[in-house]
Structure formats: C-alpha cells, structure tokens
Write a protein that binds this ligand. Structure first.
Ligand code: B4P
Length: 196
C-alpha cells in the first residue's frame, strides 16, 4: 500500500514547496501539473506552446489536455501491483470536472485516493509570496495583474472542489501561514487524520 494524496490550495499557498517535502517523507513522487507545463514551455514542445498561451494569462489549460497528461503520467507509473502506486498530486484536480476525471482514472487503474489536504492562506499573504518569487524566478504568471486573475480563477473554479472532497469525508484543511517547516509538520499530522 502506498500514499495517494491530492494537495489543494490557492496559488502561492505552498503546494509546490510542501509537495516536494511530503513526497520525500512518504517515499512517493510529487506530480505537479504546473511543473510539467513549465518543463514543456522551456523545451518548446507542442504541449508547451499550447500551455504557454493559458499559463501566462493565469487561465487554466483546457481539461482535455490536462486530463490526458495526468492519465498518461499515472498509468506510466504502474509496473506491477497497482496498490503500490503512490503519488502526491500538486495542482490537479483544479476544477470539478478534473475531480471526476481523476476518479475515473484511478478507478481504471484499480486504486483509490487516500484523500485531499488543503493548504489555506489568505489573498494578501499569497500575493506577497508570489511577488517575492517574481523577483527571484521571474515567472511569467507572477506579475500583479496575472496573480489577481489566478486568484479569481481559483475562487471560481478550484475552491468549489474542497466541498466535493469534504462531503466524502476525505478533506483535511491545514493552515499554510507560518514557517515552511511548521506547515510541513501540520501536513504530516493531517496525513494521520486522513488515514483514520
Ligand atoms: P502551478 O504551478 O500549480 O502554480 P501555483 O498554483 O501558483 O502554485 P505553486 O505551486 O507554484 O506555488 P507555491 O504555492 O508552492 O500552476 C501554474 C499554472 O499552470 C496555472 O495558473 C495554470 O495555468 C496551469 N495549471 C496547472 N495545473 C493545472 C490544471 N490541473 N488544470 C489546468 N491548468 C493547470 O509557492 C509559492 C511561493 O511561496 C514560492 O516562492 C514559495 O517559496 C513560497 N512559500 C511557500 N511556502 C511558504 C511559507 N510557508 N512562507 C513563505 N513563503 C512560502
């Protein structure tokens, strides 16, 4: 048996940061749809050219593209016993249709999700973090107007999926404000409550 977790939260809540740490703790791979898109943009692949058009504006990449990418990625990780499939999904699902698609993908692979961890942080804090990252990394989608748009896309399309997991009794919220180590410790505690 391996851990199969979805990490939710607004842009800048710390999903990418914490996914890498949790993946190491649990001995599974962190799969970030945002990272896959950025690697393709850098490599100037067809997928990258398409994704860039959406990510640079802070829009979601179309579901048809994102869902197929995640399906292929998860299927490629199964080599023997499906119960050994483990992952932390960072940035997927991002709307209710993607939740349904993830259910279908996992059912087809013969496994189920342990649950979702949601990292919470208010808009002022996440905006400040992303603007700070902009100074360091210069990401095309970390400008103030695009950050504002990403937050509104999050509120409209992504925030509603927390209720879906909550209704299933498969959601634990974790406060994302504080030092990175503190947030990691809260997430590790939250993992235990998901297992109960
Ligand atoms: P993502 O790559 O998922 O970007 P993000 O939501 O902004 O979060 P990220 O992981 O980068 O930031 P984090 O919170 O870790 O998506 C980018 C774009 O790809 C989307 O806008 C969309 O276009 C597309 N996309 C991705 N998935 C998709 C999907 N499923 N469907 C359709 N489109 C999709 O960290 C932010 C910053 O905060 C970092 O600099 C970090 O160092 C800092 N930080 C973290 N924790 C901190 C803490 N505790 N204190 C202080 N700073 C902290």
């Amino acid at each position: 048996m391996s851990a199969r977790i979805v990490l939710l939260g607004p842009p800048g809540a710390g999903k990418g940061t914490q996914a890498a740490r949790l993946a190491e703790t649990l001995g599974v791979e962190a799969i970030s749809t945002g990272d896959i898109f950025r690697a393709n943009i850098k490599g100037e692949t067809e997928l990258g050219k398409l994704a860039q058009d959406y990510t640079s504006r802070g829009e979601l990449v179309p579901d048809s593209v994102t869902n197929a990418m995640v399906r292929d990625k998860l299927a490629s990780k199964i080599s023997g016993d499906p119960s050994e499939l483990g992952f932390i999904l960072d940035g997927y699902p991002r709307n209710v249709a993607q939740v349904e698609e993830l259910d279908a993908i996992l059912a087809d692979l013969g496994v189920s999700l342990d649950g979702a961890l949601e990292i919470t942080a208010d808009n002022d804090v996440v905006t400040e973090r992303l603007l700070k990252r902009a100074e360091i990394e210069g990401r095309a989608d970390d400008t103030e107007p695009v950050i504002r748009h990403r937050l509104s896309v999050y509120a409209e399309q992504t925030a509603p999926i927390s209720a879906v997991y909550s209704e299933r009794g498969a959601l634990v919220e974790v406060d994302g404000i504080g030092e990175v180590d503190e947030v990691t410790a809260r997430l590790v505690d939250a993992l235990e409550s998901l297992e109960k």
